[in-house]
Design a protein around this ligand. Structure first.
Ligand SMILES: CC(C)(COP(=O)(O)OP(=O)(O)OC[C@H]1O[C@@H](n2cnc3c(N)ncnc32)[C@H](O)[C@@H]1OP(=O)(O)O)[C@@H](O)C(=O)NCCC(=O)NCCS
Ligand SMILES: *[C@@H]1O[C@H](CO)[C@@H](O)[C@H](O)[C@H]1NC(C)=O
Length: 227
């Protein structure tokens, strides 16, 4: 197990960071596909479609071809929410990481480095909502290289964000993940994050029943700490 250390993002890390983020999201396609196969609507389509074709045309070949062509279509559907997410983030906050995350005091982006390679990432931005009574920080883009998992790197990155939040006077840290990302959910829960709810967001997410899950970590307030 090679040692690692956490430091602030630098421009020269960009290609590593984008790679980690893209791979970290793409790896959820198989689990999304398996989930999609189990949805009632998919089962109806997979069984009923060929059956209807068989009854209508009398052709086994046609029925078989229909079933076989459905699978790549479902794979495409399973992949879509993840590629859409990555494309969107590369167009928005991640198009210029320094500008989005490192130009103000209340936000930051870190990487975990091991043997001169970037093996983990995490970012944090303030939640801009004037109706909020508490100062709230949102955690983004936690990802650890698959060959460096299980060493506590993600935990250390999340702790870095929590410490930053404390230092900057935030009261809460929030984040969004999904019901497919079981390791991430286990990680956040083990660190004291509480699930606050879930929602169905965009078209692609709806099609594959991918729920966004919301988590919050309440920092003990400075006042309570000094009592
Ligand atoms: C989620 C992820 C960041 C975890 O990285 P990691 O460095 O392996 O995590 P850690 O070693 O710090 O694990 C910390 C804790 O998380 C939990 N955990 C992590 N991976 C887990 C897994 N596969 N199954 C169950 N629990 C897991 C455990 O509670 C673990 O504590 P323990 O080792 O004391 O049991 C990593 O799997 C990843 O990059 N996934 C792809 C990208 C992604 O989904 N990111 C989340 C964005 S919201
Ligand atoms: C995370 O979820 C919250 C609550 O629904 C939402 O307001 C916010 O926009 C989401 N953030 C991202 C980056 O999707």
């Amino acid at each position: 197990m090679a040692p690692y250390h956490i430091r602030k993002y630098q421009e020269s890390d960009r290609k590593w960071v984008v790679g980690l983020l893209s791979r970290g999201m793409a790896e959820h396609t198989p689990a999304t596909f398996r989930r999609l196969l189990k949805l009632p609507g998919t089962l109806i389509l997979l069984l009923g479609g060929p059956l209807a074709l068989l009854l209508a045309s009398g052709s086994w070949l046609l029925a078989l071809m229909f079933s076989l062509s459905l699978l790549p279509a479902l794979w495409f559907l399973a992949k879509k929410p993840w590629t859409e997410y990555v494309d969107k983030t590369l167009r928005t906050d991640m198009s210029d990481i320094t500008k989005s995350y490192l130009s103000e005091r209340g936000s930051c982006f870190w990487v975990a480095e091991s043997e001169e390679k970037v093996v983990g990432t995490v970012g944090a931005l303030p939640v801009d909502d004037p109706t909020l009574r508490e100062k709230r920080l949102q955690l983004f883009h936690l990802s650890v290289d698959s060959e460096h998992r299980g060493q506590g790197i993600a935990k250390a990155l999340v702790r870095t964000v929590l410490q930053f939040a404390r230092d900057q006077g935030y009261s809460e840290v929030v984040l969004n993940t999904s019901n497919i990302q079981l390791s991430a959910m286990a990680l956040y829960q083990s660190m004291g994050f509480k699930k606050t709810g879930q929602s169905l967001c965009c078209v692609w997410d709806r099609l594959v029943a991918l729920h966004t899950v919301h988590f919050i970590y309440r920092l003990p307030s400075a006042q309570a700490g000094s009592l």
